[in-house]
Design a protein around this ligand. Structure first.
Ligand code: 13P
Length: 330
């Protein structure tokens, strides 16, 4: 467990620019975005400087809702591919741009349309609930999607008792514990960024800072979640911190980018990011592909535009829209 705040932890390997260049990149991005009437959306795990140029920073659900709500016709999506793809599916008439096509997701790649088909044949007659960290093709074969912010409510909203949950096994197991009345078969995928964290790491952090409140993302393993005081989506972590006004220190069991917004909103608190292994805080390399240079190229040159096969998109849209009608868990 790191004992420092965000600044005191060694930065991971990604292109960093000097301060002067950062200021000019940010100015250029903001002025081009307003000239082109583009909205910049950023996920909570994006690089801090990318979050700073965004119009809106949020979790997967918040970003999908904002992409629908905002009238601007161009969306610069600073997140990973499946998030930009969901925005395109929900807004077929808008132009959705992803600054780096290398911004993938291992969890999303852990399930394909073929492997889902195989699981559906193995477990016939079950309602298929698919986490949004999945491709359009997989969503198209699902009954409803969910995010970490609404997974429990989504499952409760279904009339079926028998469910096939894909692809994240840690989120699936956590949800299954919240809804014991449902019979849930869980696919075997995981997010390596979260799955690397062990209960023993969090336990060591707790021994160092016994007063700390532990907040974990439900993509963490069961032994980590067992030690958490709060389990929630990335944006849900803001409300979780607010629920502990007396606490000074928080151990955050999720990707380190999340702490940037928390520190802005709660400057008097200390946030310690969990270590996945020997002194290395949880880090998603894909989320960090959209650096400021890539965002500038994106707004300046309209690249990279996300396209989804219309037949796949129209089926995936049903699963996403069903999810959007369900409220957040809390
Ligand atoms: P949130 O929906 O909680 O932001 O999580 C997205 C994600 O990809 C976590 O790894």
């Amino acid at each position: 467990m790191s004992t420092g705040t965000l600044e005191r932890i060694a930065p991971p390997a990604y292109a960093q620019v000097d301060e002067e260049r950062e200021v000019s990149l940010k100015q250029e991005i903001r002025s081009l975005a307003s000239e082109r009437q583009a909205i910049i959306l950023a996920h909570n795990y994006q690089l801090p400087e990318v979050q700073d140029v965004a119009d809106f920073v949020g979790d997967s659900l918040g970003l999908a809702l904002e992409a629908q709500r905002d009238p601007r016709q161009t969306i610069v999506f600073c997140g990973v591919h499946f998030m930009a793809e969901s925005a395109k599916i929900l807004n077929p008439g808008k132009r959705v741009l992803l600054p780096s096509l290398a911004a993938g997701c291992s969890l999303s790649d852990s399930i394909t349309a073929d492997s889902l088909e195989d699981w559906k044949q193995r477990y016939p007659g079950r309602a298929v609930v698919t986490y949004v960290n999945s491709s359009a093709e997989v969503k198209a074969q699902s009954d409803i999607c969910c995010t970490s912010a609404n997974a429990v409510s989504v499952i409760r909203s279904l009339s079926q008792r028998k469910i096939l949950f894909t692809p994240d096994r840690n989120l699936g197991r956590w949800v299954a514990r919240q809804v014991p009345e449902k019979d849930i078969v869980i696919y075997d995928g995981c997010c390596p960024t979260h799955d690397v964290l062990r209960g023993s790491d969090v336990g060591a952090g707790k021994r160092e800072r016994p007063d700390a409140v532990v907040i974990a993302h439900p993509e963490c393993r069961e032994d980590v979640l067992a030690l958490a005081d709060e389990i929630c989506s990335t944006t849900g972590m803001h409300a979780a911190v607010a629920r502990h006004p007396e606490a000074k220190t928080f151990l955050i069991a999720t990707e380190w980018g999340l702490v940037h917004q928390l520190k802005k909103r709660f400057p008097d608190k200390t946030f310690i990011v969990a270590d996945g292994c020997i002194g290395c805080r949880l880090h998603c390399p894909y989320m960090k592909m959209n650096d400021l240079e890539a965002v500038l190229r994106c707004v300046r040159e309209d690249r990279f535009e996300i396209r989804v096969d219309p037949a796949v998109a129209s089926r995936a849209r049903i699963a996403l829209e069903r999810m959007m009608a369900v409220p957040r868990d809390r």
